[in-house]
Write a protein that binds this ligand. Structure first.
Ligand code: GCO
Length: 465
């Protein structure tokens, strides 16, 4: 047997989920409302009028779901904690029953031999904090640190690996500028202010996690975009630089260099003077991380203008990204797409890992999300032969292995997602699971991709097919 398909000893295989996407039980045991409950309640925001209820009822079915994780041979499970379960009002009175749910979950994971990897914020901000101004309000970062203290005190004796935030770009710019996610605003200043306050919240939470006296490895899960110029022209290269600035470097430069990038400050000068940055903030944000989580799905190509391009390939006219000039656009390359319409290109995974390994100064990297939605069908044999999803995973896992081979300190990989679930603005219409959920019965069924992944996780080598 050759070893060219083999991952290093100890490489961690996991799967990821997020509280609002799977838990359901939105009013159980004293949980308060989150901005996603509010967002879902407004017609037109979420496809089909879907809501977080009942999702996949993981709140009640977690023992069954942990049994599935065992079947998939997972070494780790990345989940998120719902802030409004712990603090229904966002601050103040702790809801012990909500905290107890995570206590039971962590105990059950450890008993099953699965490492719990906890994300503190995967977008379900307590509605009461939104009413007080949400992430554009600096106070939210301080409340996030308070919430972190409560969770770390309760779980820090058993949870070692913590991610403060999931995808700060989504929680700030996608939700406050593009309006696609809760709270659904379209205000560039609010978006940039939110981005800074999320980073500040991350830094403050990191300090809290490190002060508990328990072993805590602190990271965050960042969806670094892989931005490529569509053409080799100076204009397209410039468009790509601008997009990269506001998608990536506006987060990674504060984290790794303790400063906002000068070109981004200049590009955004008409929108903000960055006066939301207070003295000392950037030192807090830039405290060294123990690891970086990388969420990767697809690359993106950008062009300075749609002139001369196939109109069907072009999108985002009039404001493709925050700070874009109205002419700048995204351009699809005609590659195969997933059910999200996202182009499949595993070389983007290799590129993003190489780049972040260089920029993050040698800390451990983990792919904290990678996966795909396809339109699954249950065939007559009662199974789901999702070869498209297996192909996607195989291509990306190979790209991850290539990155490891090239010296990237990649230590693990989490598939998105364990279960089919609530895919945000797409509701339940997009299925990302290794395990299918029948939304009428809540029955779980391991897909072929799940069986493939179970073999990968057991053997630590890419399965032959
Ligand atoms: C994200 C989120 C997940 C999504 C997944 C698929 O990366 O956007 O972390 O919650 O469901 O990425 O879109």
């Amino acid at each position: 047997m050759t070893d060219h398909e083999q991952f290093p000893e100890g490489f961690l295989w996991g799967a990821a989920t997020a509280s609002f996407q799977i838990e359901g039980a939105t009013a159980a045991d004293g949980r308060g409302p989150s901005i996603w409950d509010t967002f879902c309640a407004t017609p037109g925001n979420v496809l089909g009028g879907d809501t977080g209820e009942p999702a996949v009822d993981h709140y009640h079915r977690y023992p069954e779901d942990i049994a599935l994780m065992r079947r998939l041979n997972l070494g780790a499970y990345r989940f998120s904690i719902a802030w409004p379960r712990v603090l229904p009002e966002g601050a103040g009175q702790v809801n012990q029953a909500g905290l107890d749910f995570y206590d039971r979950l962590v105990d059950a994971l450890l008993e099953a031999g699965i490492q719990p990897w906890a994300t503190l914020y995967h977008w379900d901000l307590p509605q009461r904090l939104q009413d007080a101004g949400g992430w554009p309000n600096r106070d939210t970062a301080l409340r996030f640190a308070d919430y972190t203290r409560i969770v770390a005190d309760a779980l820090g004796d058993r949870v070692e690996n913590w991610m403060t935030l999931n995808e700060p770009w989504c929680a700030s710019i996608l939700s406050h500028y593009h309006g696609e996610h809760a709270p659904g605003h379209r205000d560039p200043v609010a978006a940039l202010t939110s981005a800074h306050h999320l980073l500040l919240g991350h830094g403050l939470a990191a300090e809290v996690l490190r002060s508990t006296g328990h072993t805590a490895r602190v990271g965050l899960a960042h969806n670094q975009a892989v931005i490529r110029p569509h053409g080799a022209t100076a204009e397209d290269v410039r468009a790509a630089r601008r997009a990269d600035g506001v998608r990536n470097r506006i987060f990674t430069d504060p984290l790794f260099k303790g400063a906002y990038p000068a070109d981004v400050i200049a590009d955004l000068a008409d929108i903000t003077d960055f006066s939301f940055v207070a003295d000392g903030d950037l030192a807090t944000v830039a405290a060294p991380l123990d690891f970086l989580g990388v969420n990767y799905y697809m690359p993106e190509w950008v062009a300075a203008s749609a002139k001369g391009l196939d109109p069907d390939a072009v999108s985002g006219e009039g404001g493709a990204w925050l700070g874009a000039s109205p002419e700048e656009v995204h351009v699809s390359q005609g590659l195969p797409v997933t059910h999200m319409g996202w182009e499949v290109d595993p070389s983007g995974m290799f590129d993003v890992l190489r780049r972040l390994a260089a920029e993050s100064g040698g800390i451990d990297l983990y792919v904290t999300e990678n996966g795909c939605a396809y339109e699954d069908t249950v065939t007559d044999d009662g199974r789901i032969h999702d070869t498209d999803r297996v192909d996607y995973y195989e291509g990306h896992v190979r790209a991850a292995l290539e990155a490891v081979r090239s010296g990237v300190p990649l230590r693990g990989y989490f598939a998105w997602s364990l279960l089919d679930n609530f895919e945000w603005a797409w509701g339940y219409s997009r299925r990302f699971g290794l395990v299918r959920v029948d939304y009428d019965t809540q029955e779980r069924l391991v897909k072929d991709s799940g069986l493939w992944y179970a073999q990968l996780a057991r053997e630590g080598r890419v399965p032959t097919r």
